[in-house]
Design a protein around this ligand. Structure first.
Ligand code: SF4
Length: 59
């Protein structure tokens, strides 16, 4: 499910995933909200942003 893409950065988030539709220059995320998974992660390497959408794939 896609979330709203804002025209400005979500100031609480730094993200370096430049292949994401929500990514903005300067390592910003323009998603109104993000969802992180999985529930039982044991370190930061285990976590992923479930809001990620490949660039140009937003409908
Ligand atoms: S949606 Fe997730 S992966 Fe995409 S820019 Fe925002 S934080 Fe990064």
């Amino acid at each position: 499910m896609s979330v709203r893409k804002m025209d400005k950065p979500n100031e609480g988030i730094k993200c370096i995933v430049s292949t994401c539709e929500y990514y903005m220059n300067g390592d910003h995320c323009a998603a109104e909200k993000v969802e992180i998974e999985p529930r039982n992660a044991s370190d930061s390497e285990d976590t992923d942003c479930a809001t990620f959408i490949p660039k140009d794939k937003m409908y």
